[in-house]
Design a protein around this ligand. Structure first.
Ligand code: XMP
Length: 508
């Protein structure tokens, strides 16, 4: 990337991704890199500033995450956070000690000396989470802040532009945390040029350079990521792009039509719509195991492509709407496989496609902003994430057209009520799922023996963790009544209160 970059060195901290986000929100491009590859990345990317993240280990342990700072001290401005703060001290000649008690939670920070960094904080509440602490600062440093139990909560060597804070400026519990990060970016002399417009211009140029006269296949689900990727590619390449939309019959009510309308009305790509409902339903008949369903849906996507070989065989590139959190997550050697997430993997042999992922450096909210800049309608840009296998993972047990109809109708009622009541704002995902059990009820003096609908609405920043939305009881009650009355086949409605973890966002 041509930008001035802030490289965030990950020492294994829980909030490292958040640091990257906060820096970008301040208008400066940032990437994260594992400490194991940091020296090489610094050489290659020539960052204008380094931020050293927190981490769960102790700098005093042998083999703990490390980065020799001497080559950069005085050359590149450095900010250490938590473990990074301790590492600066340990590595540049200060002293770190194991504290008797772990300090965890909100603390009051006292500023000891004038500081261009922590001195800019208007509110003193900071968030601490550490065991070890810095007891002596390296030569050239001054202690600029302390808390009741942490003698060196902030330190700086203003001349070499090296700063350390024991607290976490990136979390919202540190009330003036943004001022600390912005102060650091200012000290590092960075200009705020990371905007979605700049991203679009650069990416369009990069796509043109990479693709040349080639042709691009853009598989789209109608979700935000693939739609923005399609719009960006169409902006760069016009008719060289063919968008393919597979209607597998597992979309929300009216969604397939909305996708086609939005595409044709807003950025006019070449669009191939594959009507594959019957094909997917026959492949799924009788299948109840979640992983098997996911695999069948993935395989049927491939078959749908195969059946359109004539239209698609001239393509050289496959565009995917991969985002930065996907890149970070798939780079993690320890991440356990919870679900087979559907991507267009295992394509037929005749499609020898190079993959392009124009959004792979962006977070979801940045993708939405790029979509807005490209003129996509708000309804599309604000669309909630929707899983590739669609309602297939929201219908427990066998997927049949009748059960799809039930979920679609219940989902429609739930989400339109949320919208009409203004409750949809701030919700990450909301949906109805259909369970694979029956229960007894009574309706108009008749016994019923039918299936329950589960409603789920979650808040989340990045889908890695989520909590149930505390919807008002009267709204839930009204929605439950409407569903039971208006959707044949349903006689009970439940609301899912479970967070992720231990549950996941989707039911399968
Ligand atoms: P879970 O259920 O694992 O979901 O908490 C996390 C996020 O991923 C979405 N999801 C998928 N997205 N293909 C996708 O493109 C999939 O197979 C898939 N499964 C889950 C889910 O909706 C949530 O946003």
């Amino acid at each position: 990337m041509a930008h001035q970059t802030v490289l965030v060195v990950d020492f294994g901290g829980q909030y490292t991704q958040l640091i990257v986000r906060r820096v970008r929100e301040a208008g400066v491009y940032s990437e994260m890199v594992s400490w194991t590859k940091a020296a090489q990345a610094i050489e290659e990317k020539e960052p204008r500033a380094l931020i050293l993240s927190g981490g769960p280990r102790s700098v005093l342990e042998p083999g703990a995450p490390h980065l020799e700072l001497a080559p950069y001290a005085g050359q590149i401005p450095i900010l250490g956070i938590c473990y990074g703060h301790q590492w600066i001290s340990a590595n540049l000649g200060g002293r770190v000690e194991r504290a008797d008690d772990r300090e965890y939670g909100r603390r009051a920070l006292h500023i000891n000396q004038p500081s261009s960094l922590v001195g800019t904080m208007e509110q003193g509440q900071v968030w601490m989470s550490h065991g070890d602490q810095v007891l002596e600062v390296p030569t050239g440093f001054r202690v600029t802040g302390e808390t009741a139990s942490c003698p060196v909560a902030a330190m700086e060597d203003a001349e070499r532009r090296i700063y350390g804070v024991q607290f976490h400026p990136e979390v919202s519990h540190t009330l003036s945390g943004r001022a600390v990060l912005q102060g650091f970016l200012d000290r590092a002399g960075l200009t705020r040029d990371w905007t979605s417009q700049a991203f679009i211009e650069e990416t369009v140029a990069a796509i043109r350079a990479e693709v040349g006269e080639g042709r691009v296949l853009c598989a789209t689900s109608g979700g935000v990521d693939s739609s923005v990727a399609a719009a960006l590619l169409t902006e760069a390449l016009g008719d060289q792009v063919t968008c393919v939309f597979v209607d597998h019959g597992l979309l929300r009510k009216n969604e397939a039509q909305e996708v086609v309308d939005a595409f044709t009305n807003h950025f006019h790509p070449r669009l191939v719509v594959i009507e594959a409902q019957d094909q997917f339903f026959s492949a799924l008949a009788g299948v109840t195991d979640p992983e098997q369903k996911r695999k069948i849906i993935g395989a049927e996507f491939v078959r749908s492509f195969e059946q359109h070989a004539d239209e698609l065989s001239g393509c050289d590139f496959l565009a995917q709407g991969t985002l930065y959190p996907d890149v970070i997550e798939s780079g993690s050697p320890t991440a356990a496989k919870i679900k087979t997430h559907h991507n267009v993997g295992g394509l037929p042999d005749w499609m020898r496609l190079k993959v392009i992922e124009p959004l792979k450096w962006l977070f979801k909210d940045e993708v939405r902003e790029v979509g807005r800049q490209l003129g996509l309608p708000e309804a599309m840009v604000e669309r909630e994430p929707f899983p590739g296998p669609g309602l297939g993972v929201r219908i427990l047990g066998e997927v049949t057209p009748e059960r799809v109809r039930i979920v679609q109708d219940a989902d429609w009622i739930f989400r339109s009520e949320l919208r009409e009541r203004g409750l949809h704002k701030g919700i990450w995902q909301s949906y109805a799922a259909l369970l694979d059990v029956r229960s007894v009820g009574v309706m108009g003096d008749e016994r019923t023996y039918q299936q329950p609908i589960v409603l789920r609405a979650v808040q989340s920043e990045d889908a890695m963790t989520a909590t149930a939305v505390p919807l008002p009881y009267d709204a839930l009650e009204h929605i439950a009544n409407r569903i039971v009355n208006e959707v044949p086949g349903v006689n009970r409605v439940l609301y899912d209160l479970t967070s992720k973890p231990p549950a996941t966002i989707e039911w399968e």
